[in-house]
Design a protein around this ligand. Structure first.
Ligand SMILES: [Zn+2]
Ligand SMILES: [Zn+2]
Length: 390
């Protein structure tokens, strides 16, 4: 079968690889009908996430048709149309039972790396490094889904793939980012990063009762989209304006009630701390560029919340813990607890409260994956979100 494989920094190849097989009684094999490239795939493309190996199959956002199930799978049958969440969870462990699905204790078969770095290991992820389990991803014609009785959600045949594919990651991820802000009716929220996750965080903040939302980015098309898609969104282009001053001026001097960092470890910026991050990460003296997070902490009002749906991987330098402590901030973060959101968010799509396909800018054949990764990485104005058809 065809699959999008990682061969090193900026080296993506579409290869012929063996088709996956059922290995365990709770597996399913999915014939992929639509898959997407995620902003977090670019961390792999740019070679900043450790424990990738040449030939690894990429992709954690995918959906398709069930073609085979293991003997313990009773909830799915051949022909079902499903979306598969990007985290893998067993459904039976201490953490799964508490709905801390991204903390599943059983789904990551390579716990040693993260055990050492993080103290404990997070759940397995599709197509996302060997420290996250080394599972083959879904940017391929077929994919093996472990614990298929827990993750995949059946979607009605009449809903187009484009409307439901983003239940696999970015819609729930943006939603959890907003939900973690504990939004009260009329709150003011600021969102750093208006890529796809930021767009869903903005829409979700609105659905949860936010009044004014500040959208912060330096790509004009992304800011325009946030303004077009929502009411009362105020764009701030950080190339033109001082973010802190803008937010202070427009919130009566307080700062926003909650700040969402939808950027993560490869933040861009022009301030001294952002340049310092570039230098240190380029010299391998730091792992994560945390400029957006520092700014979110500095801008948030006293007693407010900083929510982090953006991905971080290692250690943060010049982390302004003093500001966070001094203002009494609440910080919430983490991989999305996907299985908590799949049903309610599918319902929101069925009830036409949201049509997630608004983020798609390009739909291409999987053969064009290498070009799509390159363009998505370098031309963020035009290449907002890419879906691939195997
Ligand atoms: Zn993703
Ligand atoms: Zn579990």
């Amino acid at each position: 079968m065809k699959a999008v494989c990682w061969y090193g920094k900026h080296d993506i190849r579409v290869m012929d690889v063996p088709e996956p097989e059922i290995l365990n009684a709770r597996d399913a094999i999915i014939k992929v009908t639509t898959t997407a490239i995620c902003g977090s795939d670019l961390h792999l493309y740019n070679g900043v996430m450790p424990t990738m190996e040449k030939g690894d199959i990429l992709g954690h956002e995918f959906m398709g048709e069930v073609v085979e199930v293991g003997k313990e799978i009773t909830n799915l049958k051949k022909g079902d149309k499903v979306v598969v969440p990007f985290t893998i969870a067993c459904g039976d462990c201490f953490f799964c039972k508490k709905e801390i699905w991204s903390g599943c204790d059983n789904s990551n078969p390579n716990p040693s790396v993260t055990q050492e770095m993080y103290g404990f290991t997070p759940s397995g992820l599709f197509g996302y490094t060997h420290m996250m389990g080394g599972f083959a991803g879904g940017q391929a014609e077929y994919v093996r889904v472990p614990y298929a009785d827990v993750g995949p959600i059946k979607v009605p045949d009449h809903l187009d793939d484009e409307k439901v594919i983003f239940l696999s990651d970015i819609y729930p991820t943006g939603y959890q980012g907003a939900e973690n802000c504990d939004i009260q009716e009329g709150d003011t929220i600021a969102v750093w990063g208006c890529g796809p996750v930021g767009q869903f965080a903005i829409k979700s903040a609105k659905m949860l009762g936010a009044d004014k939302v500040f959208a912060i980015d330096h790509y004009k098309e992304r800011l325009d989209l946030a303004v077009e898609e929502n009411e009362n969104v105020i764009p701030i282009n950080f190339d033109d304006k001082d973010v802190y001053e803008q937010l202070k001026d427009q919130t009566g001097g307080h700062g926003p009630d909650a700040c969402i960092d939808a950027v993560g470890l490869e933040a861009h910026g022009k301030t001294a701390d952002a340049i310092y991050d570039y230098v240190k990460t380029n010299m391998y003296l730091a792992t994560d560029r945390i400029h957006a997070l520092r700014q979110a902490i500095n801008c948030c009002r006293k007693g407010g919340t900083v929510s982090i749906p953006g991905v971080y991987g290692g250690y943060a330098d010049k982390f302004n813990i003093g500001a966070a402590f001094g203002k009494g901030l609440t910080m919430k973060m983490g991989q999305t607890n996907m299985m908590k959101y799949l049903k309610p968010l599918l319902k929101s799509i069925e009830e036409e409260k949201i049509d997630p396909s608004f983020v798609i800018s390009h739909e291409l054949n999987i053969d064009e994956a290498a070009n799509a990764y390159d363009k998505f990485n370098t031309d963020k104005n035009q290449w907002r979100k890419v879906v691939l058809k195997p």
